[in-house]
Design a protein around this ligand. Structure first.
Ligand SMILES: *Cc1c(COP(=O)(O)O)cnc(C)c1O
Ligand code: SF4
Length: 335
């Protein structure tokens, strides 16, 4: 009976998938077939930063495998409750670059807008796990203040929609924002930082593709994919559709201990991304956010991995290894 009243995963719209996301540790552990000894810690850690995962993503997790590289990105663990020296709540010092609500202006020529208050997934290592979204999710009226700020800065030719995930916005809101940006004559590119093509590929609907293909400005997506296992046939199709709509596709990866800190895994990811029409852009060292130190990979090991990628891949499939340092004028390359 239950099966009749709830539409099956494949027939749900993206909005339904977003509202049926798993947020309860019990339900998630049951879905991935892990036993209840994981539950107390998962509940405690989820109180600090909620569990959130789409069925589309969870279905790519191998059942019953506590080491699965996708599982480890979303399962709340006891280790998140430990504090570690050097890991703080705002390591990027974003508060000092937040001149108006919803806007971060740190680098020359580009401005980042916090376009949405949440993502379709909560990655446990997220650098925004402590971000104050409540004061940074503008209403349409408040957007005008951000748009005026951008309009006054003639050197800014690119706006980055980030979040949260800008694609959790509905089509109307997104189209309104893109149209408002297109009216600013100096804006040449709009970049969208999104994990939705990976975690909720059904978000890439014919309607949103039409919105992108009619834009005057160039549209660049920076997707976020950390492991080849995150890419299934539905993801591949969403990426192909975006390419057909004229969207430039780049990827950023966070280097994560026990998940992708291995040359073969990174090589296989770069090759698979290229097959999907996506070029590797950044390989980020973890931001030192409290509750995430167990994901940290040392700079020394990161360099070794990068050197191995350079030795084995064409140059264009090697992402730039970077870290973010407060006060720097760009992401800092690791030499
Ligand atoms: C990462 C980031 C950007 C974009 O940097 P690129 O090197 O152009 O990708 C812009 N603004 C902020 C606040 C950022 O964190
Ligand atoms: S998709 Fe990005 S912003 Fe969203 S939770 Fe994951 S790391 Fe954070």
């Amino acid at each position: 009976m239950l099966g009749q009243s709830i539409p099956s995963l494949t027939s749900r719209t993206w909005q339904e998938q977003l509202s049926y996301q798993m947020t309860q540790p019990e339900e998630f552990l049951d879905f991935v077939q892990l036993d209840e000894h994981w539950l107390p810690a998962a509940k405690r850690a989820a109180e600090l930063f909620p569990l959130r995962v789409s069925h589309a993503y969870a279905s790519r997790i191998e059942k019953g495998n506590p080491q699965d590289p996708l599982l480890l990105q979303v399962l709340p663990l006891q280790r998140e409750l430990q504090s570690s020296p050097g890991f703080t709540t705002d390591p990027l010092d974003e508060r000092n670059f937040n001149p108006v609500p919803g806007l971060i202006h740190k680098y020359h020529g580009r401005i980042l807008l916090i376009a949405a208050p949440h993502c379709a997934i909560n990655c446990r290592y997220c650098f925004r796990r402590h971000f104050d979204y409540s004061h940074n999710t503008p209403s349409r009226q408040e957007w005008q203040v951000a748009l005026d700020y951008i309009a006054q800065r003639k050197e800014v030719d690119e706006v980055i929609l980030s979040g949260g995930d800008p694609l959790v916005l509905g089509d109307k809101q997104l189209a309104w924002l893109l149209d408002a940006l297109a009216k600013l004559p100096q804006i040449e590119r709009v970049r969208i930082h999104t994990r939705l093509p990976i975690v909720l590929p059904d978000r890439i609907t014919p309607k949103i593709l039409e919105i992108f293909s009619r834009q005057q400005t160039d549209i660049v997506f920076v997707i976020h994919c950390n492991h080849r296992q995150e890419i299934d046939t539905r993801v591949t199709r969403a990426l192909a559709d975006l390419r057909s709509a004229g969207v430039t596709l780049l990827n950023q990866t966070v280097l994560l201990k026990s998940i992708n800190d291995n040359a073969n895994i990174l090589i296989s990811l770069s090759k698979e991304l290229f097959r999907c029409g996506v070029l590797p852009y950044y390989l980020h060292l973890l931001d030192r956010v409290s509750g995430t130190s167990h994901f940290n990979v040392s700079e020394h090991h990161a360099r070794q991995l990068r050197d191995e990628l350079l030795a084995q891949l064409p140059g264009y499939l090697v992402p730039k290894l970077v870290k973010e340092e407060p006060g720097a004028s760009s992401k800092s390359p690791i030499a």
